[in-house]
Design a protein around this ligand. Structure first.
Ligand code: KG4
Ligand code: ZN
Length: 344
């Protein structure tokens, strides 16, 4: 039943997003419109996302975002083959705004509705811009999640590793906060790191452990101690602390992904083309990308990282995951609830 054209809606955190995506008959994807309205200025003063503020802002921002996406696509709702929304995991107030809006549009124009898992959307996002097909090894690193997952097929995932405490993006955000940088922290830490050198000794938690799990709280604590020992911090100190933090993250990721590759290769047939995919907001980080490039080259994997705009939260990935599900006849009914927690 391809091609399929879907409207996707994403409101599970602090981006209000609407997009139109096409699944072509040959299985490839096309982004027809991709609108993201960040709420950063609303939350920056609090150093993090305030759920109630986010939910109310989604109410204000979503309708114009949808109208803009449909106008850019030059489509009416009646031209769509389906409507998809992130039904979780995420901040439940925001999830309900997007989910209810998507249901209303689907109901109003008699189109199928697809409830998408936000993590599944990140996991499948590389297929939208690159010719990647399961099975592949996925590193999903965002503000809320740090997972190494085997994507067996659409709807079939095996988690190999996760974080025992903070998510990687959360670690970047906390590092930025304790160094007095802006929110979200990742891009700021990366900018400062570019001006410094990784000269400050920081731990590499979990390195060498057999299970490819992560632990990041200790790294953050060590960074705080190194920062306190240097207070008041000069710009030079901040740059070196950021560079050292990023270097430690790069080493940990390289080690953990190598271990996950061992487990991945045990699971797939010998003729599988080995592919490593990175997704989630932290995959926008240049140092992380280069670390992944090193492991991929060493182990003969093709590395696929979506462009930065598709790594951070967006609705194109929701529409794309919705199209994959719809193509397989997987639709949802109007009673589908939003879910704050929803493991892959
Ligand atoms: O996937 P995402 O947009 O939202 C979810 O958490 O679902 O990821 C946001 C996270 C934030 O923690 C942010 O600090 C981090 O991704 N991030 C980065 C970079 N850009 C965004 N972390 C490191 N380096 C970056 N360039
Ligand atoms: Zn996300």
């Amino acid at each position: 039943r391809t091609p399929l054209t879907l409207l996707g809606i994403e409101t599970s955190c602090d981006e209000t997003a609407a997009a139109v995506v096409r699944l072509r008959a040959d299985g490839s994807g096309e982004i027809v419109a991709n609108v993201v309205r960040a709420q950063l200025d609303l939350h920056a003063a609090y150093g993090g996302v305030v759920p109630e503020i986010a939910a109310r802002a989604h109410v204000d921002l979503l309708e114009p975002a949808i109208k803009q996406a449909m106008a850019e696509a030059a489509l009416d709702f009646g031209d769509l083959d389906g409507v998809a929304a992130a039904a979780g995991p995420g901040l439940i107030g925001g999830v309900i705004v997007g989910l209810t809006t998507a249901k209303a549009i689907a109901l109003g124009c008699g189109k199928p509705f697809v409830a998408v898992n936000h993590l599944e959307a990140h996991a499948l996002s590389p297929g939208l811009t690159d010719n990647v097909r399961p099975p592949y090894l996925l590193l999903l690193v965002s503000g809320g999640h740090t997972q190494l997952v085997v994507v067996n097929d659409v709807g079939s995932y095996t988690r190999l590793g996760t974080t025992l405490d903070d998510a990687l993006g959360e670690a970047f955000d906390k590092a930025a906060k304790l160094l007095g940088l802006g929110y979200p922290g990742g891009p700021d830490v990366e900018r400062w790191a570019a001006r410094g050198a990784p000269t400050i000794p920081l731990p590499r938690p979990m390195m060498g452990r057999p299970e490819p799990h992560f632990s990041l709280a200790g790294l953050k604590t060590a960074l705080r101690q190194e920062a306190m020992a240097r207070a008041p911090l000069s710009e030079h100190d901040v740059a070196d602390l950021c560079a050292s933090f990023q270097e430690a993250v790069g080493d940990v990721v390289r080690d953990r992904v190598t271990r996950a590759m061992d487990l991945f290769e045990d699971r797939v047939s010998a003729d599988t083309e080995l592919t490593l995919v990175a997704a989630g907001g932290v995959a926008a980080n240049g140092r992380l990308r280069s670390a992944l490039g090193e492991v991929a080259a060493a182990r003969g994997y093709r590395l696929v990282v979506p462009p930065p705009a598709l790594c951070t939260d967006n609705a194109a990935m929701i529409a794309w995951a919705g199209a994959q599900r719809l193509a397989r006849g997987l639709t949802d009914d109007m009673g589908t609830p939003g879910r704050a927690r929803w493991p892959l």
